[in-house]
Ligand binder design. Structure first.
Ligand code: AMP
Length: 221
């Protein structure tokens, strides 16, 4: 299946995308991860993107559409994929539709992770990532077994993303409401929007998502 995960930062898109990748072999295509890799690699693109990302703004449509265009050519994308954090603006969604037309493919569904801002702020501000292996933790809801140490690889470099600092979180939520929110109508208009209550336990969200995926695979929508 070819899915889009739509929803504000911290709504759990990445967690669920990783799970589908493991279960179904549909790669998680996260433009945020691609940009962070470019920053780590110190490429020209990374250097340009860093400042914008650290401020909570969006990088240009052209840049992210270019990244997705390249990534979709990968062999691993042929049987399906999950777009996580892309598209984030109407022009990105239009560019994706054109790309799909050219490849004679279709997006099956756009899954909206719905959740209140107050919950997001608490989720994002407690989020920590292992800078060695990428494992994710949350200081309150999913703390590492040993404080400050990664359960997966043992590294003691659990870091907070620059853009998960409180002042940047506010900005990201504002940007989401101004620029990404209109995509809900866009996909509703295409009959592709599916809604999930993202303010539930991990396993409940998983279950809701599985129902959507199975339903769409069997043509029940
Ligand atoms: P994320 O990891 O998805 O929260 O993305 C982190 C940051 O990367 C965002 O706040 C943006 O600055 C940038 N970014 C990621 N995806 C996009 C996108 N589709 N369009 C524009 N900027 C993006």
């Amino acid at each position: 299946m070819r899915l889009i995960f739509l929803g504000p930062p911290g709504s759990g898109k990445g967690t669920q995308a990783k799970r589908l990748q493991a279960q179904k072999n549909w790669p998680q295509l996260s433009t945020g991860d691609m940009l962070r890799s470019a920053i780590q690699a110190g490429t020209e693109l990374g250097l340009k993107a860093k400042e914008i990302m650290d401020s909570g703004e969006l990088v240009s449509d052209e840049v992210v559409v270019g990244l997705i265009n390249e990534r979709l050519k990968g062999n691993d994308c042929q049987s399906g994929f999950v777009l996580d954090g892309f598209p984030r603006t109407i022009p990105q969604a239009q560019a994706l539709d054109q790309l799909m037309d050219r490849l004679q493919l279709q997006i099956d569904a756009s899954v909206l992770f719905e959740i209140e801002n107050s919950v997001l702020i608490e989720r994002l501000s407690g989020r920590r990532t292992c800078s060695s292996c990428g494992a994710m933790f949350h200081l309150v809801s999913a703390p590492p077994k040993k404080e400050g140490q990664c359960d997966s690889c043992g590294s003691s470099s659990l870091i907070q993303r620059e853009d998960d600092r409180p002042e940047v979180i506010q900005k990201r939520l504002k940007v989401y409401h101004e620029q990404t929110f209109p995509l809900i109508d866009y996909y509703e208009g295409q009959g592709k929007l599916r809604r999930i209550n993202a303010d539930q336990s991990l396993s409940e969200v998983e279950k809701a998502l599985s129902e959507i995926v199975e339903g769409d695979m069997n043509g029940h929508h």
